[in-house]
Design a protein around this ligand. Structure first.
Ligand SMILES: Cc1ncc(COP(=O)(O)O)c(C=O)c1O
Length: 459
């Protein structure tokens, strides 16, 4: 871009109150230095809003698991509580109580053991599942360390068992906290952890096994029950952490008989993203432990802040109460029946999309019928990939506004190209049908182009 000195000099514009007649509209927005003076609020608002129009449309972003629709009432609560810092327990006791209500509801939803009429599971809100996974991993590591030291054994080589298809936050957790990753490889036909291989990998340095309820790649549920049963059979008490980032708000409603949570004795902690199928805008996740013994005291800070003694076990300190309040709104606004209706609708839409893509010749990699997340993962079939690849199709769909990413599968089958549509609340059947038509048209257009190229080459 040319420098600002190269722009024509302005004259007579500074007094115009119309946004696009003002001197601010005749200059690029500040990018490097704090401007000396400010600008009127409506001008700042309009110019930033204009700048943002070059972003993709969230509702057409089928790449993301993150919520893109909330009701106006939820948005009002979100805005009205944005100026409350949830860490100020003394000042905002009601917000703190609402956080506890959410945690109790989740503990119950995830079948926490009960003692004296109350769930033993407890936890905390986080910024997302990544933060929840960081603390849960630290808790597993610390607990293992304490046990090893109590037995007079070496505690310098912890390892964590997980599938090679884990979300990147698991690799981060392992690297940040000096834990060796023991990866159970995915294969070209199995995109989830193999329970037998996972349990066979357990050794005295294993701090835990991660099992994913809804993998990022294909949305499939890993078999937590099989892992737990194999551990029990071998007499191992290795902890299992369930990464239920997406599935924690889907499986209990679509597949209530699936056994994956605190019902299993080895499941010691669970994370879930409120901002995925929990239906809140980005900025909220939850970490839950089976009971206090699974969160070592060393990780819990008893802080005296602004007049209140409080327990804290998150990575960051300040954050708005808003997303917690919005989560509570969704929980009581929808209830079990509301979440069930939504998640079943999404499952039906995902199944319809699956059937249409299969008809067009795509290979489907995800599970249908509610046996996994409402996510459709697919790749080109042998009749299609002669003339295009997944990236070309993704680019073509982008021309119509759809964001459907093409990417390679997890480690161990990373040569495999694939695409994924995350069916979210606002991806209703009508819009799904529009996408199906656009995929059909895009395939036709790309094939036509290829035929033209061949003819040109032959000529
Ligand atoms: C399985 C899984 N775990 C963890 C994460 C990270 O979640 P968050 O974005 O809430 O930090 C994701 C995100 O897509 C995920 O799919």
């Amino acid at each position: 871009m040319g420098s600002i000195e190269e722009l024509p000099k302005l004259s007579g514009q500074s007094k115009c109150s119309y946004v696009y007649g003002s001197r601010f509209a005749a200059r690029p927005l500040p990018s490097h230095q704090l401007p000396d003076g400010g600008m009127p609020k409506d001008v700042a608002y309009q110019l930033i809003k204009d700048d943002l129009t070059l972003d993709g449309q969230p509702i057409l972003n089928l790449a993301s698991f993150v919520t893109t629709y909330m009701e106006d009432e939820a948005l009002k609560l979100l805005a009205e509580s944005a100026n409350k810092n949830i860490i100020d327990h003394e000042e905002y006791p009601k917000s703190v109580e609402i956080e506890h209500r959410c945690l109790n509801i989740l503990a119950d939803l995830f079948h926490s053991p009960v003692s004296d009429g109350a769930p033993t599971a407890f936890g905390t809100s986080c910024i997302g599942s990544s933060e929840a996974i960081m603390i849960a991993t630290l808790a597993m590591k610390k607990r293992w360390e304490i046990n090893r030291k109590a037995q007079g054994k070496d505690a310098s080589n912890p390892n964590l068992i997980m599938s090679s298809g884990v979300q990147v936050c698991w690799e981060k957790a392992a690297r940040y906290f000096d834990i060796a990753e023991k990866l159970v490889p995915c294969t070209e036909t199995r995109y989830v952890i193999d329970p037998v291989q996972a349990v066979d990998m357990v050794d005295e340095n294993t701090i835990g096994i991660c099992a994913i309820l809804g993998t990022t790649y294909t949305g499939q549920y890993e078999d937590v029950q099989a892992i737990s049963e194999l551990l029990i059979k071998k007499g191992l008490d290795t902890p299992i952490h369930v990464d239920a980032a997406s599935g924690g708000f889907v499986a209990p409603f679509v597949n209530p008989d699936l056994v994956w949570d605190f019902k299993l004795p080895n499941v010691v902690s669970i994370n879930v993203s409120g901002h995925k199928y929990g239906l809140v805008y980005p900025g909220i996740g939850w970490a839950l432990w089976r009971s206090p013994e699974y969160l070592p005291e060393e990780l819990v800070f008893n802080i005296d802040y602004l007049g209140a003694e409080q327990l804290n076990f998150t990575m960051n300190f300040s954050k708005p109460a808003s997303h917690i309040i919005a989560q509570y709104y969704q929980l009581i606004r929808l209830g079990r029946s509301g979440y069930t209706s939504i998640m079943k609708n999404l499952t039906r839409t995902a199944d319809y999309l699956t059937s249409q893509l299969r008809e067009m010749g795509f290979v489907i990699m995800s599970e249908g019928g509610g046996r996994g997340l409402p996510v459709v993962a697919f790749r080109l079939g042998s009749t299609q990939n002669a003339f295009l690849d997944e990236w070309a199709l993704a680019r073509k769909l982008r021309e119509r506004g759809w964001i459907v990413p093409a990417y390679t599968m997890a480690a161990d089958c990373e040569t495999m190209g694939m695409m994924r549509v995350v069916v979210r609340t606002d991806f209703s059947m009508g819009r799904c049908m529009s996408l199906v038509q656009d995929v059909r048209d895009s395939l036709g257009a790309l094939a036509g182009l290829e035929i033209q190229n061949i003819q040109r080459y032959q000529a």
